[in-house]
Design a protein around this ligand. Structure first.
Ligand code: NCD
Length: 308
């Protein structure tokens, strides 16, 4: 049962619970009337202390499609955070107004702290360079829909694996599935953090670290491209030097399998050339739409309007 539960880190939900959410999202996708109005009278607070397009809009669209309402802010400048209010106090307030809270914050650990001060479920919509578990729900639902399974796949992650929170959450979750192989393709300076590698090793998950994208392409079932996370760099020169290390274009995708799918959490900057958008293997815009369905399933489950 997910009713009343927070989602702060990927490990908060078991593989069986994720499976239940994907089945529910698939039902909603097939029949858009399913669960319509089931959240009538419920309020979702969306507290975004960092920029967002897809995550915030898809959560709001999800809540509105379920018949509920949303309140909140899209930038910290319009909240009392600028007056020096602590996150704990902001959360105490929001949790007395709303039935659930979705929060994005630049500090690692902010969602965990929020969940400790909240009387209602808290959903982590990104805490600094740490985690982004609802993007993982989006990514896994897309893989399941387009490849028909999540087990026995080779997944390549490419780009900024150091600061890319979507990579951290997805790789940790994939490590719980069967026969998964992960290739982490990045410049040395943007390697996956040690704590994630330790986690994968503990679960005996097969993975390799690489620097060359072309070499890895033929092996992949899924290529997960990411943007270099400019806002997390201490030094703009380092960002400029590293930002275009990988650009997926027609020459590179030509070495990929016919059934490869290319995912990207978006926003894209330069790392996927626009010529790839019309390639049947490009799945990133579909992925963004699945994000709304899986967030509907998540909200319906934690608000208890759908027995899971
Ligand atoms: C990602 C994020 O915020 O971490 N975006 C998203 O939520 N779809 C990826 C990114 O910003 O690069």
């Amino acid at each position: 049962m997910l009713k009343g539960r927070s989602l702060v880190e990927p490990k908060d939900f078991s593989i069986e619970e994720l499976d239940g959410l994907f089945q529910l999202a698939e039902k909603i996708e097939k029949d858009e009337k399913y669960l319509r109005d089931s959240c009538r009278g419920k309020l979702l607070a969306t507290l975004f202390f960092e920029p967002s397009t897809r995550t915030r809009l898809s959560f709001e669209a999800a809540m509105l499609r379920l018949g509920g309402s949303c309140l909140g802010f899209a930038e910290p400048g319009s909240s009392s955070a600028v007056k020096g209010e602590s996150l704990a106090d902001t959360i105490r307030m929001a949790s007395s107004y709303a039935d659930a809270i979705v929060m994005r914050n630049p500090k690692e650990g902010a969602a965990l702290l929020a969940s400790r001060y909240s009387n209602v479920p808290v959903i982590n919509a990104g805490d600094g360079g740490h985690h982004h578990p609802t993007q993982t729900l989006t990514d896994l639902l897309t893989i399941r829909q387009l490849l028909g399974k999540i087990d026995s796949l080779t997944i390549g992650f490419c780009g900024d694996l150091k600061f890319g929170r979507t990579v951290h959450s997805l790789s940790k979750t994939l490590a719980h599935y069967n026969k998964i192989k992960m290739l982490f393709i990045s410049p040395l300076e943007l390697n996956l953090p040690e704590y994630i590698k330790k986690y994968l090793k503990k679960l005996n998950c097969e993975f390799e670290e690489k620097e060359n994208l072309e070499e890895s392409m033929p092996e992949l079932d899924v290529l997960y491209m990411t943007r270099v996370q400019r806002e997390r760099f201490f030094n703009e020169d380092d960002y400029i030097r590293l930002k275009d290390t990988y650009v997926l274009d027609s020459d590179k995708i030509a070495c990929g399998k016919e059934k490869l799918i290319v995912l990207h959490p978006l926003p894209r900057v330069n790392e996927i050339s626009v010529e790839i958008d019309s390639d049947p293997r490009a799945a990133y815009f579909k992925q963004a739409k699945y994000g709304m369905y899986v967030r509907m399933a998540l909200l319906a489950s934690i608000l208890g309007v759908e027995a899971d």
